[in-house]
Design a protein around this ligand. Structure first.
Ligand code: F0G
Length: 477
């Protein structure tokens, strides 16, 4: 892969900027930093782009019929939103291009008239991480780094391993031993990464990797890296493009390290700044009950007492985007626990950015139980679609919010499925065999979850009669 002069591969109008309004320090794009070197704040990539919205829409639609690699990618198709010059050495696996589905079974389950699923699990490595990784690894090539690295609950690792292999970069991934699914581990091994298993949880791995990234030889591509967010934010453009630029009332995402919520928020906000949409969908973040520091923070603030449906526009505007900076700090969970291992995170790195995004959109944050998530996952499966456990938190969260009157049954809701159904087959099989026990630590009891929508395999005799009889039983006949 070619490396190139960082000065020429970056858009001249783009910079990195500290998100803290009282600091706001600016850095060049080729400065290899992950947080503000003055105050330690998180960084945003910002760029000025004045453009004709009709022209842009037409250009993006025209690219759908193109065979050029950049146009075939659901990320690079929207490259006007990205901080890269035209000749950047793009590392792409044709990411993005993920389907939106009508989900009538899920809609009935949630109490909605209709529900749309945006399946980010249909990315090349089976999760939404690919849309960010293509940008981060492209930036790694621009910077001329040799080794790329991340801490992960499995999906970031698999994605990084794949893109690093494509770019011929050394890849080191840090994962909590025994706490990531076999499928994700297998992917990282196959893609040739150095898989380093740590004793401890994801948050421990994240702490170590941030120390490691102080070393010049290591380039960190967790979502604290603002280029990851740049790639991931294009999902907002793809989603709206697929919907003919019709803005949904709510977009619902699972929350772990909170990079994805950040990216959706940034994407929608930029589309609005560009004049491509005239309002923001409300961003709703759903966490697992045992790993819900962001939901707790939201619960403690008066806005949540009102519930978004009950908030008048006037009172909502008191909690504008600029408010996030005055909020109390998030209190991490020392021992997060959930069977949705993808979001088993106690100290989300990007919580301030996610908070900013949720507030700007008038959205909310909540947590759901293991049982709610497990049942919602089975329902997404009944749709003929399926997803990994963390993704099902969205459908579980929507069901709760409809029941609570926060989402009206007639509203236009999009649930984002972040990972593919094959990412965690152990979980699915245990659920259907009613052998799924909640995750716990020394202080929490492990409870057997009900297989409310179970569909266990049955042993039958190898005869036509036995099989026909069993089929009758299966259909309830
Ligand atoms: N859903 C899935 C399937 C995930 O893998 C993750 C995060 C999330 C949701 C949460 O997204 O962290 O941006 O809030 N997985 C990371 C990983 C942490 O290492 O694979 P987030």
């Amino acid at each position: 892969m070619p490396t190139m002069n960082p000065q020429t591969a970056a858009k001249t109008t783009a910079i990195q900027r500290c998100i803290d309004p009282s600091c706001g320090t600016r850095f060049r794009l080729d400065e290899r930093i992950y947080v503000c070197s003055r105050c330690g704040g998180l960084l945003d990539v910002v760029q000025e782009s004045a453009t004709d919205t009709e022209q842009l829409r037409a250009l993006w639609t025209k690219r759908l019929a193109s065979f050029e690699t950049r146009d075939r990618s659901g990320v690079w198709r929207y490259r006007e939103l990205l901080p890269f010059a035209d000749d950047a050495p793009i590392v792409s696996l044709a990411e993005g291009n993920t389907p939106i589905y009508d989900a009538p079974v899920c809609a009935v389950y949630c109490g909605l008239d209709a529900l749309t699923l945006k399946h980010q699990g249909c990315n090349p490595t089976g999760s939404f991480k690919d849309t960010g990784m293509t940008a981060a690894i492209t930036q790694a090539l621009i910077l001329g780094v040799q080794t790329v690295s991340c801490a992960s609950t499995g999906n970031t690792a698999a994605s990084l391993a794949a893109y690093a292999a494509r770019a011929k970069l050394q890849c080191a991934i840090l994962v909590p031993r025994g706490q990531i699914s076999n499928a994700k581990l297998a992917q990282s091994l196959d893609y040739g990464a150095a898989v380093l298993e740590l004793d401890g949880n994801f948050d421990d791995a994240m702490r170590v990797i941030r120390e490691l990234a102080e070393d010049e030889s290591i380039y960190l591509v967790n979502s604290i890296n603002p280029f990851r967010i740049e790639g991931q934010k294009t999902v907002a453009a793809e989603l709206l493009h697929q919907r003919g630029w019709r803005v949904p009332d709510h977009v619902v995402v699972p929350g772990g390290n909170l990079g994805n919520s950040t990216a959706f928020g940034k994407g929608f906000a930029e589309l609005m700044d560009l004049g491509l949409i005239d309002r923001l969908p409300r961003l709703i973040v759903v966490q697992a009950e045992g790993a819900a520091p962001f939901a707790d923070l939201f619960k403690a603030f008066p806005i949540s007492a009102l519930g978004i449906a009950g908030v008048s526009p006037a009172s909502r505007s008191q909690h504008s985007a600029s408010d996030w900076n005055s909020w109390p700090a998030l209190t991490p969970y020392e021992h997060p626990h959930t069977l949705a291992t993808a979001i088993k995170i106690g100290a989300p790195v990007s919580w301030q950015k996610a908070l900013r995004a949720v507030l700007a959109s008038g959205g909310t944050v909540l947590s759901v139980s293991e049982q709610e998530m497990a049942d919602a996952k089975a329902i997404v499966g009944r749709e003929g679609i399926g997803c990994e456990p963390a993704s099902a938190s969205t459908v579980a969260g929507i069901k709760r919010l409809v029941a609570d009157g926060v989402i009206a049954p007639t509203e236009d809701v999009v649930a984002v499925l972040t990972g593919h159904v094959l990412k965690d087959t152990d979980y699915a099989i245990k659920y259907h065999e009613e052998n799924l026990f909640s995750d716990g630590d020394d202080t929490t009891e492990r409870r057997k979850l009900a297989g409310t929508y179970r569909n266990p395999p049955t042993l039958v005799q190898a005869t036509k009669a036995a099989i026909l009889e069993e089929l009758l039983r299966h259909t309830g006949g």
